[in-house]
Design a protein around this ligand. Structure first.
Ligand SMILES: [Zn+2]
Ligand SMILES: [Zn+2]
Length: 184
């Protein structure tokens, strides 16, 4: 766990360059880290002067990450290997700092705003969000993935199921049954 404390950043900015092993961050069902993730960057405090007596201590976090990930195929849910890497430049304000004035902003338009709780920010929390944001909207294991059968759940890339024929047979039988009843 790498934690940036405001009280420490007030003394001097912190540079980091670390490898996060698999399991450090839980990405939920959307992605799995496949091997160590490299991340480096710099954390510092920026003081926002909002009035003669009101100074807000923001944490600015700039850096990058890169690593190998697996995400489920959007159609058949088999894991697909994808490399991810991105740069980030983020500002974190103390939670509640914008409660009275949500429109107040000194930040450049390319900088995103987040919030930190207490007096510290966890690198892992930031990276989890950045990794999830960098995921492609829709990943397929192959362009013509046949997906899962909506009836029996079989992966139709691996074996053909007979759900379509079976359902049409069932309909035909019902119709045949109806006919025989009408005749008699
Ligand atoms: Zn697939
Ligand atoms: Zn089926």
């Amino acid at each position: 766990m790498m934690e940036f404390k405001v009280s420490e950043l007030e003394k001097e900015p912190i540079e980091f360059d670390v490898q996060l092993p698999v399991g450090t961050i839980d990405y939920g069902e959307e992605a799995t880290q496949d091997g160590p993730m490299a991340t480096s960057g710099r954390a510092e405090v920026i003081h926002e002067h909002r009035g003669p007596k009101q100074i807000v201590a923001d944490i600015r976090l700039r850096g990058r990450f890169s690593g190998e990930f697996e995400v489920p195929c959007a159609r058949c849910i088999e894991p697909v290997d994808i490399p991810l890497s991105a740069e980030f430049d983020l500002i974190f304000r103390p939670i509640g700092a914008d409660a009275d004035a949500p429109e107040r902003s000194i930040t450049a338009p390319e900088t995103e705003i987040g919030y930190y709780q207490g007096d510290s920010l966890l690198l892992e929390d930031v990276l989890r969000e950045q990794v999830l944001l960098s995921l492609p909207v829709r990943t397929l294991c192959k362009p013509d993935c046949k997906g899962l059968c909506p009836r029996c759940g079989k992966n139709r890339n691996l074996e053909a199921c007979s759900c379509d024929e079976a359902s049409s047979d069932a309909r035909w039988e019902a119709l045949a049954g109806l006919r025989s009843r009408i005749k008699s």
